[in-house]
Design a binder for this molecule. Structure first.
Ligand code: RB5
Length: 143
């Protein structure tokens, strides 16, 4: 499975940690930047990840900024994107089971590396439950 990664400067270091973790699990990675802690604009990077997932270039995406908020808002502007900002593993599991989220957002200035990697693992390893949740996801996709 290919995972698109994107961050601004506030999420850059976390993105790099996530990249190492994904490589250790043999995921293919599409790194859309940013590539340093130099200040950049999170909307551009959230949109780039949204576009990559929406177009099928990557099956899922992970985005990081300082809080995770701005870049999640940007990703969610792209049609077909269900980007979930998670601050714990319960949220990560629930958003996969119920929302079939296709992008995970996290805050590099909010979470420790260990917390973020646990959230990433929970999100990647949890499947969508379908059933009664499918109709609601279909409603989201129609918006
Ligand atoms: C950048 O300073 C910061 O605003 C950004 O990383 C993010 O937290 C926005 O939501």
């Amino acid at each position: 499975m290919k995972i698109a990664l994107a961050s601004d400067h506030g999420g850059f270091e976390l993105k790099e940690e996530i990249k190492k973790y994904l490589e250790s699990r043999n995921y293919e990675i599409l790194d859309l930047g940013t590539n340093s802690t130099e200040s950049v604009d999170y909307p551009s990077f959230g949109k780039a990840c949204g576009d990559a997932v929406s177009s099928g270039q990557a099956e899922k995406g992970i985005v990081c900024c300082g809080t995770g908020i701005g870049i999640s808002i940007a990703a969610n502007k792209v049609k077909g994107i269900r980007c979930a900002l998670c601050t714990n593993t319960h949220m990560a599991e629930m958003t996969r089971k119920h929302n079939d989220s296709n992008i995970l957002a996290m805050g590099g200035r909010i979470l420790s590396k260990q917390e973020a990697l646990e959230i990433t693992k929970a999100w990647l390893d949890t499947e969508f439950e379908g059933g009664r949740h499918q109709r609601r996801v279909d409603m989201l996709n129609e918006m």
